[in-house]
Design a protein around this ligand. Structure first.
Ligand SMILES: Nc1nc2c(ncn2[C@@H]2O[C@H](COP(=O)(O)OP(=O)(O)OP(=O)(O)O)[C@@H](O)[C@H]2O)c(=O)[nH]1
Ligand SMILES: [Mg+2]
Length: 466
């Protein structure tokens, strides 16, 4: 669907843009063609300023009063006229006192004066529909707000600034040039495309395909930055799982005792390792038990393995490898796995030798949480396992979203079909169709070609007021 058909309505939308609770300042935002007129109905200033008359991008002191003339809050009104605002519409932002009552009062006054409640993400949706940002940038905004590490923030900010969009648009333009030439040539009697020789065109298509492949390859890393890596610590009771969680967090988050079966519930906390966001999940030690509560805990431990991106399987070196360890190993052996041999501060040389024989050495890390030994190596191992020997700096562009990945894969598949068709000398018409499909898939990423469904889904991720 063309973007023009999705243009927003003419309503003035309003919302509280700051989180619920108390704070120094809270914001109420209005956007739409008549935003200044509506704001004027509730804004009074000692100097009798009318917001419809002030210069754009000025801050104006005054009060909000409801339509009955009752004062609600003392505010600063920031006026931004179209098109120089986030939504490209006339916008007023009231800086209010940051309590729920003043904020709700101001919002209600705005609604009574003719605005309507904004839907989640509707300000950003308008920014998109009015051409200020594309879809990649809109998603960059959500990712920036939700970023889980400074590296994730950096990636989201680059996306918001349009770096990835530029790159995708460049690839799209190359494809468009070819597609246009091909379509123009369809009416030519001989099967030739005037702007390109056979090998030139093949070469260009190949190089576009390589660029798509590079983006697709970056997505494994990229998605980890955006979503975080679910890292589950498992092992039999008492091996030191909760101690490791506490070490990572640098606080006594989980209860640690010498009693096996201390942890009963799944505990999940976010940490970062060299900018990679990891959700560390401490679980109940897995063993056969008749204890009702512990049983549920063990079941939860097993469940959390299902969605794990990485498993840290922990053993206690002082006990060697027990039957329980072997059973747990069978549950985790096909997962991305690091085997942690803990408590190496205890004297245990024989057991260590046995363990080395049983497991592949590159999966093993010998540690002592108690004496903080081997933990730097553990972090390095986690990083290199997740990153597959690469770092974020190895990729010029990182694909962080599933939606982008799918569209890139679709585009690449169509392009591959186009290349084979070209090489096989199949009719230009069919070749042109594949090219067009590759183009449409690429256009979905930036929002050049999208359906209303996709747009609804993206903006539903936002909060109200953004
Ligand atoms: N000597 C030694 N003791 C450790 C080490 N790490 C943990 N411990 C001790 O081992 C005991 C169990 O530690 P936890 O962290 O509670 O073990 P857990 O695996 O979470 O146990 P459950 O929650 O029961 O499954 C505690 O007494 C810890 O102090 C270590 O590196 N060396
Ligand atoms: Mg525990």
């Amino acid at each position: 669907m063309a973007l023009e058909q999705l243009k927003s309505d003419n309503d003035v939308i309003a919302a509280i843009a700051t989180p619920p609770g108390t704070s120094g300042i809270g914001k109420v935002r209005l956007s739409g063609a008549e935003a200044l007129e509506i704001a004027d109905k509730i804004f009074v200033s000692p100097k009798e300023i009318n917001l419809t008359e002030v210069v754009s991008h000025t801050i104006n002191y005054g009060f909000i009063q409801n339509l009955k003339g009752k004062k609600i809050d003392e505010v600063l009104a920031l006026v931004m006229r179209a098109p120089k605002s986030f939504t490209r519409e006339n916008t007023v932002e009231f800086d209010c006192h940051g309590g729920m009552l003043p904020l709700k009062g101001v919002l209600q006054a705005a609604l009574a004066a003719g605005a309507r409640m904004a839907e989640p993400g509707e300000f950003t949706r308008r920014a998109f529909l009015n051409g200020r940002i594309d879809l990649i940038q809109a998603e960059g905004i959500i990712d920036l707000i939700n970023s889980k590490s400074s590296k994730s923030r950096e990636i989201a900010l680059q996306q918001l600034q349009g770096r990835l969009s530029e790159h995708i648009n460049k690839i799209r333009q190359q494809l468009l040039d070819i597609s246009t030439a091909v379509e123009a040539s369809i009416d030519f009697p001989e099967d030739e495309i005037p702007d390109f020789t056979f090998s030139e065109l093949e070469h260009k298509l190949m190089s576009i395909k390589e660029e798509l492949e590079e983006l697709i390859a970056s997505s494994k890393t990229g998605r980890f930055y955006q979503e975080g890596i679910d890292t589950v610590i498992v092992g039999k009771p008492n091996v030191g799982k909760s101690s490791l969680l506490n070490y990572f967090l640098d606080e006594e988050r989980a209860i640690v005792t010498q009693v096996p079966g201390t942890t009963r519930d799944v505990i999940s906390e976010l940490i970062t390792i060299s900018g990679l966001p990891l959700r560390i999940i401490d679980t109940a030690g897995i063993r056969k038990t008749d204890d009702q509560v512990e049983k549920i805990g063990v079941k939860k431990s097993q469940d959390s393995l299902k969605t794990a991106d990485l498993v840290l399987f922990m053993l206690d070196v002082s006990q060697g490898i027990t039957e329980e360890d072997k059973e747990i190993y069978n549950l985790v052996k096909d997962k991305p796995l690091i085997i942690l041999i803990n408590k190496t501060d205890l004297s245990v040389d024989l057991a260590a030798e046995d363990i080395k024989r049983q497991f592949s050495e590159d999966q093993l890390v010998f540690i002592s949480v108690k004496e903080e030994r081997g933990l730097k190596q553990l972090k390095e191992k986690i990083y290199s396992l997740i990153m597959d020997g690469k770092t974020a700096a190895d990729y010029e562009y990182l694909i962080t979203r599933m939606r982008h990945l799918k569209a890139l894969q679709n585009s690449q598949e169509s392009l591959e079909r186009a290349i084979s068709a070209w090489q096989a000398g199949i009719s230009t018409d069919l070749f042109a169709i594949d090219l067009r499909e590759a183009l449409i898939a690429l256009g979905e990423i930036t929002g050049e070609t999208v359906t209303e469904d996709i747009i609804d889904k993206i903006f539903a991720e936002f909060c109200i007021g953004k």
